[in-house]
Design a protein around this ligand. Structure first.
Ligand SMILES: *Cc1c(COP(=O)(O)O)cnc(C)c1O
Length: 401
């Protein structure tokens, strides 16, 4: 039956990535629509009282309530799982809902978590402030150093959590080395893969257990909706994640799921083109900035590792100017590139992390993770790179660089 071919893993597992991105997860309704339908429904109706009783008893398959199942979100979950190479996936309302659920679902009072130092601001608030309020002890390590992870392990360590490349300093974590340390000790590794996406990096292939996403970023890729996703084994998703999310309800709306489904169809094209353009723009900036933090350039201390783990460098990098005054002068002189703290958009966007994305992190933590007052982060979009370089050239000159 072609109607549900996109949801049959005995068929879809044989598809190559480009086919998965377009067809994976598609389940057609009785109308035979070509583009996936948006099922904006909170509930479901049944032909009989026996039928609904059987569904609630787990004896019959079928949907019962959109906090538990929805056809549009299920299509997205299947497509992301196929792109990731994971058995299962659940989508969430935001990336932070995905990170929170991926950690809270498996950690209890008295457990210990080891997390990477360079991270998205809200991820640091989650590990440093929120989880400790519930009795979860956290150790923050320099994630670039595998030995630091091994040294931080305690008898009650249950999970490792990190992103690579990390926001905004572009630290790269050796996936194989860190996942091996966790595996050998029965620790679950959760990787925030927002920057690379499954198009460029699949952490499960390097030994990670769980991959979590802000699908707000490259997966939608056009700055339209907030969304998140968590991928893992079927058993982990069912016994750990769903035991938490079914009752706490961080669900993605079916409308947003549909928008991300459309985004995934072009994810590979966009991220490869944006990666090429990020290299072109990065090479230009290298001669003018005080310091470049760009995993695609040989000047990055972990360039070789980044290129071993990733198929391309991604759309985002950071660079440093003298101080906050010079960073603000540069931002204010931009005419094409927007001042915006978002990333993963088809538009080029620049932000000053210390006063925006990382403003809620303590000044000490910012200094430790390398978020200096002169640091700027650039998301390179799909505009013509010559126009981006002209805009930067003018803004750099206006800022005295
Ligand atoms: C944006 C982002 C998040 C949070 O995602 P939201 O969709 O904004 O909630 C988490 N991790 C990383 C690396 C991000 O870039």
């Amino acid at each position: 039956m072609k109607r549900r071919a996109g949801q049959d893993r005995s068929i879809t597992d044989h598809w190559r990535p480009a086919t998965r991105a377009i067809r994976g997860g598609t389940a057609r309704s009785e109308w035979g629509e070509t583009s996936e339908a948006i099922f904006l429904t909170s509930g479901y109706c049944y032909d009989s009282a026996e039928e609904v009783a059987a569904r609630f008893a787990g004896e019959a398959t079928g949907m019962t309530y959109s906090r538990l199942q929805n056809p549009s979100t299920e299509m997205l979950e299947q497509r992301i799982a196929l792109l990731e190479g994971s058995e299962a996936c659940r989508v969430t309302a935001t990336g932070m809902a995905a990170m929170t659920a991926a950690l809270m679902c498996q950690l209890s009072q008295g457990d210990h978590l080891v997390a990477g130092r360079a991270a998205f601001g809200s991820c640091r608030v989650l590990t440093d402030t929120i989880l400790p309020r519930f009795g979860v002890e956290t150790t923050i390590v320099d994630a670039r150093d595998p030995q630091a992870w091994a040294d931080a392990v305690k008898p009650n360590t249950k999970a490792f959590f990190f992103e690579t490349p990390a926001n905004p300093t572009m630290d790269v974590v050796d996936l194989r080395a860190v996942c091996d340390i966790a595996r050998a000790r029965g620790i679950t590794t959760v990787v925030d893969n927002a920057f690379a996406t499954p198009a460029l990096q699949r952490p499960l292939e390097w030994g990670a257990d769980v991959v979590a996403y802000s699908a707000t970023k490259m997966m939608d890729g056009q700055g339209r909706v907030l969304a998140g996703a968590v991928c893992g084994t079927r058993e982990w998703i069912e016994t750990k994640l769903l035991a938490f999310t079914r009752h706490t309800g961080p669900n993605l709306s079916p409308f947003s799921a549909w928008v991300v489904l459309k985004g995934l169809e072009t994810l590979d094209l966009r991220i490869r083109r944006q990666s090429e353009q990020a290299l072109t723009v990065g090479r230009f900036l290298e001669s003018r900035a005080k310091r470049m933090l760009h995993p695609g350039l040989p000047s990055h201390p972990q360039h070789a590792l980044a290129m071993r783990q990733m198929d391309a460098c991604g759309a985002i990098f950071a660079f440093e100017v003298a101080d906050r005054a010079q960073a603000f002068a540069l931002l204010n002189a931009l005419e094409l590139i927007d001042i915006s703290n978002n990333i993963g958009d088809s538009r080029s966007l620049m932000t000053h992390p210390a006063s925006t994305t990382h403003a809620s992190v303590s000044a000490e933590a910012r200094a430790e993770m390398g978020v200096s007052e002169g640091l700027l982060r650039l998301n390179v979009g799909l505009e013509d790179p010559a126009d981006l370089i002209n805009d930067l050239d003018r803004a750099l000159a206006a800022a005295g660089l």
